[in-house]
Ligand binder design. Structure first.
Ligand code: SAH
Length: 348
């Protein structure tokens, strides 16, 4: 048997590879190796989740951000970004519409916006959980103190998404201004896990300066953290950022990494991301067939959709949530999977 296939077998048997083995496996991949990997990935996915695909209703509630990440379209230095915030009532309206469409998880995502104080955030979390006690609530609002995470958890938040972006400190410094660090980001993830959140991390594939060694470090970090969710998607350049002229990540490598993650941690909640759907019209279907089991359609009001522009050409910015949901349902049924009305918790 070829060496890369042997490494995939080892990964399946032990859920662990050394850094050198990760590098060798990623570097020696080809179509045959990918097909071998995806078949195993689908078997793992089927064993724990069947052909069920979980949906999360994404509410992008603010695009104000105090950070200046070089890749991100809503970084504070982007003077061309049209800024907006949703009021609490608007957020609750999104939930109401989403609930009617069958969503049982809401994800509040935004830039790091100080206007939403701890008190305001806790109030919104409480209101959502009061209105929709059978739903899970996920937060994705960046780096905060452990105390803040703790209080939001006590207010009712169930899950938290915070991609580590890259596990390598030097590479982190290529993607972020000096006031941000990989170490602090990782510490936040350990805090979130300790508090009891279902915790999600992740990274961009093909971000500027990323090497195969960095990807190996990402996989080692994820193995160590053993999060409940991992969101990965291709880096897509945004025209108003310092990385406007950089090359984006590929579908091929993103899919391969989704497959590796599914085989390494078979119970993971793994989204087929919007970024993947943006660079390939069938990206999300391909993601599911590589091992993903979650989709995150947009529930934000159509009036603000275009303004939450992290990267260029983001899909689904002109569609009502119901249209997005129908479209995704059809796409999943076409490949033999079904969207379910379910909180979609991590399989214990
Ligand atoms: N402020 C929150 C939410 C960030 S947006 C936080 O700090 O976690 C969610 C994710 O979008 C980011 O973690 C990043 O991985 C991704 N993202 C941002 N800009 C991107 C780009 N240009 N291409 C692809 N993904 C991007």
């Amino acid at each position: 048997m070829e060496q890369p296939k042997r490494l995939i077998d080892k990964l399946e048997a032990t859920s662990m590879l050394t850094k050198e083995e990760w590098v060798a496996l990623i570097e020696s991949r080809n179509e045959g190796v990918a097909a071998y990997l995806f078949e195993k990935a689908r078997k793992c996915q089927y064993q724990y989740y069947g052909n069920r695909i979980y949906t999360r209703g994404l509410i992008e509630f603010t695009n104000y951000c105090k950070n200046d990440c070089y890749y991100c379209g809503i970084r504070r230095s982007n003077r061309n970004a049209k800024r907006y915030r949703l009021a609490k009532e608007q957020i609750l309206e999104c939930c109401q519409m989403g609930y009617g469409l069958g969503f049982r998880t809401f994800v509040l995502q935004g830039g790091e916006d100080g206007w939403f104080t701890q008190e305001k955030l806790e109030d919104i979390v409480c209101a959502i959980k009061r209105g929709y006690p059978d739903c899970a609530l996920t937060l994705s609002i960046g780096e905060r103190s452990k105390e803040s995470y703790q209080r939001l958890f006590e207010a009712g938040a169930d899950r938290y998404l915070l991609r580590h972006e890259t596990a390598d400190e030097t590479h982190y410094g290529i993607l972020h201004p000096p006031e941000l660090s990989a170490n602090h980001r990782k510490q936040c993830l350990w805090d979130l896990k300790e508090i009891g959140y279902q915790t999600g991390t992740g990274f961009m594939v093909g971000s500027p300066g990323q090497t195969v060694e960095h990807l190996a470090e990402d996989l080692l970090f994820i193995r160590e953290l053993t999060p409940h969710m991992v969101g990965i998607g291709p880096f897509v350049p945004h025209h108003d950022t310092p990385f406007a002229a950089e090359v984006g990540g590929t579908v091929e490598l993103t899919l391969f990494l989704i497959g590796l993650l599914r085989v390494m941690l078979p119970k993971l909640l793994l989204p087929a991301t919007t970024a993947l759907g943006t660079i390939d019209p069938n990206g999300r279907e391909k993601g599911v067939l590589a091992g993903a089991n979650v989709v995150m359609p947009n529930l934000s009001p159509v009036s603000v959709r275009k303004k939450y522009e992290l990267y260029d050409n983001k899909i689904c910015t002109g569609e009502e949530a119901a249209e997005c949901q129908d479209c995704l349902r059809r796409r999943m049924e076409n490949i033999g999977y079904k969207l379910v009305v379910d909180r979609g918790d991590y399989c214990q």
